[in-house]
Design a protein around this ligand. Structure first.
Ligand code: HEM
Length: 449
C-alpha cells in the first residue's frame, strides 16, 4: 500500500488550496463545533481547503481519493502534528510523538498486547466490571450514562493494564487518572501558549499537578513490578518483560509515557462511544429492537459470543461513524506532497477529516440517520470509514476498544431495561481532542429484562 515519495515527481512550485483567513477565529470555530466549521469551509472553499490553525497550516480533506493518497505514503514523509504541544502533556516517549524508526519499533513492540487474540484475556473482566458497576447504581432512580460509562471504561483500562490483584492500587490509579482528565481542557491540546503557570491557578498548573501525582503513582507501580518480577498477563507485565528487536528492554521512562498514553487515549474514547450508542439506540426503536432480538437469540452471554454478534458489531460501527470521537487526524510533511492538483510544501500539515468522510452522502445513504444495517449491507473502504484513523498511525487500541464497547453494551442491554429521561436532542460537543455528547445522557433504570 505504501509508496516512497520521490520529491522530483512533486513540482517545485507550491500550489495551495483556498481557505478561511486568519488563524485565531478558524481555530476557535474548529474547537467549538468541528463538523459545522469543516462543512462550512468545504461549501465555501471546496475540498480540500487550507486551514491556518494556531498550531500551523493544515490542508484538510474528506475526499476518499485524497485520503487514500495521504494514508498510502511512506511514513517517513510525516512527523506528528504539534508535537511541541503534546510532549509536555504525555511525555517524550509516547507513541503519539515518536516518529520514523523509533515509532515503527514502538508499535511493533506494542501491537501484540492489543492484538485480537489477546482480547479473550480481557473479555471476562470487561463484562464483570460493566455488570458490577451497573449493579452498584441500581438503587438510583436516574443514572448519568456518561458517568457510568466513564467509570466502567476507566476501571477496564486500569485493570487490563495493571491487573486486578491489588484493589487499592486500582482505586488509586483510577482516582489519579480521573483527576488528570478533569484538569485538562481543549486549549491545552491546541496551543502551547496555554502552557503557562500563574500562582498555581491556571489550567496548565492544575494539569501539571494532576500529572505529577499520576507520574508518582505510575513510577512506584513500575518499580514494584520490575523488582518483584511478579509478571502476569496484564499490559504492564508485558511491557516490563518486552524487548525490542535488538534485545534491548524498554526503559522505565518509556513505560511511563506509554502508560500515560494508554490511560488517556484508552478510556474517554470508549466511554463517549458507549454513551452515544445508548442514546441512539433509545431514540431509534427499530434498531434497538433488532439488537435486542439478536441478543435474545444468543446461546449465552459469553464475551466472545457478544463480540461476534453481527448486529451488535454493526451498532458499534454505526455509532463510531455518526460520532467519530476524533474528527480529524493530522500529520506534518517532511517532504513535499502532491495532493490532487495541489503541491504541498515541507512544513505543511495534511488532515483526513473523518467527520467529513463519515457524512459524505455519496458514500452513506441518508448519513444523518442512525442505521446499523448499513454495515451489514456493504463494506466501506478504510478511506471512507476511519474512526480509528489510518495509515501508520492507525489506533493501536482499535480491536481492544471495539471488543470492549460490544461487550459492555451487549452485557448491559441484555440484562437491564432503561429509558431516556430527556427527549431533547443531544449534540456533539468538544471535550479535549475528543468530541462527545453535550449532556451526560440521563437514563431511568426500569429494572431487569
Ligand atoms: C472508541 C475508542 C477509540 C477511538 C475512537 C480511538 C481513536 C484513535 C485515533 C483517531 C487515533 C489517531 C490515528 C491517526 O492519527 O491516524 C488513535 C491513536 C491511538 N490510540 Fe486510539 N482510539 C480509541 C481507543 C483506544 C484505546 C482503547 C487505546 C489503548 C488502550 C488507544 C490507544 C491509541 C494509541 C497508543 C494511539 C497512537 C498510535 C500511533 O500514533 O501510532 N486508543 N486512536
Amino acid at each position: 500500500m505504501t509508496s516512497k515519495v520521490d520529491s522530483s515527481n512533486v513540482a517545485s512550485s507550491v500550489k495551495l488550496p483556498a481557505g478561511p483567513g486568519g488563524s485565531l477565529l478558524p481555530t476557535l470555530q474548529l474547537i467549538r463545533n468541528p463538523r459545522l466549521a469543516l462543512e462550512g469551509w468545504v461549501r465555501q472553499y471546496g475540498d480540500p481547503f487550507l486551514l491556518r490553525a494556531m498550531n500551523g497550516p493544515v490542508v484538510v480533506t474528506g475526499r476518499e481519493d485524497l485520503i487514500r493518497v495521504i494514508h498510502g505514503q511512506d511514513p517517513s514523509i510525516y512527523s506528528p502534528f504539534a508535537s511541541s504541544t503534546i510532549v509536555p502533556l504525555m511525555g517524550s516517549g509516547s507513541m503519539l510523538i515518536l516518529e520514523g524508526e523509533p515509532h515503527r519499533r514502538e508499535r511493533r513492540l506494542m501491537m501484540p498486547m492489543f492484538h485480537g487474540d489477546r482480547m479473550k484475556a480481557y473479555g471476562q473482566t470487561m463484562q464483570q466490571i460493566a455488570i458490577e458497576r451497573l449493579e452498584a447504581n441500581r438503587g438510583q432512580r436516574e443514572i448519568l450514562t456518561l458517568n457510568l460509562m466513564t467509570d466502567i471504561s476507566l476501571e477496564i483500562i486500569v485493570r487490563s493494564i495493571f491487573g486486578g490483584n491489588d484493589p487499592n492500587l486500582v482505586t488509586q490509579l483510577i482516582q489519579a487518572s480521573q483527576k488528570m482528565v478533569a484538569s485538562s481542557s481543549p486549549l491545552l491540546f491546541f496551543s502551547r501558549m496555554t502552557h503557562f503557570s500563574f500562582l498555581g491557578l491556571t489550567r496548565w498548573d492544575r494539569w501539571c499537578d494532576a500529572k505529577k501525582h499520576l507520574h508518582r503513582c505510575l513510577e512506584q507501580v513500575i518499580d514494584k513490578r520490575k523488582l518483584s518480577g511478579d509478571l502476569g498477563d496484564d499490559i504492564l507485565s508485558l511491557l516490563c518483560s518486552a524487548t525490542y528487536e535488538d534485545g534491548q528492554p524498554i526503559t522505565r521512562e518509556h513505560i511511563y509515557s506509554e502508560l500515560m498514553t494508554f490511560l488517556f487515549a484508552g478510556h474517554e474514547t470508549t466511554a463517549l462511544t458507549l454513551t452515544w450508542a445508548i442514546y441512539h439506540l433509545h431514540r431509534n426503536p427499530a434498531a434497538f429492537l433488532s439488537l435486542l432480538q439478536e441478543l435474545d437469540s444468543l446461546e449465552d452471554n459469553a464475551p466472545e459470543r457478544l463480540a461476534s454478534a453481527p448486529y451488535l458489531k454493526a451498532t458499534v460501527q454505526e455509532t463510531l461513524r455518526i460520532h467519530p470521537i476524533v474528527t480529524e487526524t493530522l500529520r506534518k510533511l517532511k517532504a513535499p506532497l502532491q495532493l490532487g492538483e495541489y503541491h504541498l510544501p515541507v512544513g505543511m500539515a495534511v488532515a483526513p477529516a473523518t467527520v467529513l468522510a463519515h457524512y459524505n452522502p455519496a458514500t452513506y445513504d441518508d448519513p444523518e440517520s442512525f442505521r446499523p444495517e448499513r454495515f451489514l449491507e456493504r463494506s466501506y473502504s478504510p478511506f471512507e470509514y476511519m474512526p480509528f484513523g489510518g495509515g501508520h498511525r492507525r489506533c493501536i487500541g482499535a480491536a481492544f476498544a471495539s471488543y470492549e464497547i460490544a461487550i459492555v453494551l451487549g452485557s448491559l442491554l441484555k440484562r437491564f431495561k432503561f429509558e431516556l429521561v430527556d427527549t431533547a436532542p443531544v449534540v456533539p460537543k468538544r471535550r479535549n481532542v475528543t468530541i462527545g455528547p453535550s449532556t451526560a445522557v440521563p437514563l431511568r433504570f426500569l429494572g431487569p429484562r
